[in-house]
Design a protein around this ligand. Structure first.
Ligand SMILES: O=C(O)C(=O)Cc1ccccc1
Length: 321
């Protein structure tokens, strides 16, 4: 295992939803700069982000989206509400689940199942079909779900956990591959408080959170036009309630490209002019490293040429016939 749990003064620390063995831990193992640093296991996303805000940790790895359930709302809301956070990297972890219990337990004995809510949501078809009368006991993580089976006076009979858990804890596997989608993948992000934007790689993503002007018919279309008219593709668009009154939503958006791409910068300027609140969460390399391609009319040079043309007109140069 890379990383260490021992704390040293002024050590570079990364926070993650622990303990060791969670999918979040697997994501942190993909962060090159975290290798050999201190890894701090925390119980929830709020705690991880608080570590970053207070400077206790230099970064936190948190789950932001999965291919079955969509955006992780706790993460989206935390990023919208806690100022000064930036996403600097993304990492993909395939997620597969097993059902475990104390040795000797059979499937027929299982009534209460400990599971992280996101994991539970991804296994509910399997659980509903095999154990229709089960009860869900929420756990703080996939590994803590299994660990609590071995606590004194455990409440749960079984737990949803990552494969391999039986090597770390004295539990027995009752069933494998219980996830409802065999290709499920969770996307994690590295969040820091540094405002330095990672360099442009050509295979980048930008995350923003946008509020719409109130009571303006067509505002959503106008927001989307900012991207469409600059050839910017969106890879995530979700609405979350702002929370102050019914009917007010903010939009969580991931788009293809980097803020240093002219078309992305221009789309952000358009958004800023129209929206009462735009929160830039960061531009960072895509986990899949797939280069972003655009048709030539959205290339950087086209925007630069247009700006030069306008500057020329303003400074008195004759327009070309
Ligand atoms: O990181 C983990 O293992 C967690 O418990 C959170 C989680 C839950 C379900 C899918 C991915 C991450």
């Amino acid at each position: 295992m890379s990383g260490s749990s021992a704390s040293a003064p002024h050590a570079v620390t990364y926070s993650y939803l622990g303990p060791v063995g969670t999918f979040t831990w697997a994501a942190l193992r993909q962060v090159p700069e975290a290798a050999g640093q201190v890894w701090r296991s925390v119980n929830n996303v709020g705690e991880a982000l608080d570590d970053v805000v207070t400077g206790r940790s230099i970064g936190a790895v948190i789950a932001i989206e999965n291919s079955v359930e969509g955006g992780v709302s706790a993460t989206q809301d935390a990023l919208a509400n806690i100022p000064g956070l930036r996403i600097t990297g993304e990492y993909l972890v395939p997620v597969d689940f097993v059902l475990v219990a104390r040795p000797g337990t059979t499937l027929a004995d299982v009534r209460v199942i400990a599971a992280h809510p996101v994991a539970y949501a991804q296994c509910h078809l399997w659980l509903d079909a095999r154990l229709p009368e089960h009860e869900h006991l929420p756990a703080t993580s996939n590994v803590s779900a299994a660990a609590q089976l071995l606590a004194d006076n455990p409440i749960a009979d079984a737990a949803v956990a990552p494969p391999g858990i039986e090597k770390e804890h004295a539990v027995a596997v009752l069933a494998e591959h219980i996830g409802d989608n065999p290709n499920a993948v969770t996307r994690f992000v590295l969040v820091t408080s540094s405002t330095t934007i990672p360099p442009r790689t050509g295979a980048d993503k930008t995350s923003v959170i946008v509020e719409l002007p109130t009571d303006q018919p067509g505002a959503l279309v106008e927001m989307l036009e900012q991207f469409a008219t600059r050839g910017v593709n969106l890879s995530l668009l979700e609405s979350r309630p702002i929370g102050d009154e019914l009917g007010r939503y903010r939009f969580v958006i991931d788009l293809d490209g980097h803020v240093l791409d002219e078309r992305v910068a221009d789309a952000l300027l358009g958004l800023k002019r129209f929206s009462p609140k735009v929160l830039f969460l960061g531009s960072y390399p895509r986990a899949d490293k797939v280069a972003v391609t655009v048709t030539s009319r959205y290339d950087d040079e086209v925007f630069i040429d247009a700006r030069d043309w306008l500057r020329g007109l303003i400074s008195g140069e004759p327009d070309e016939p």
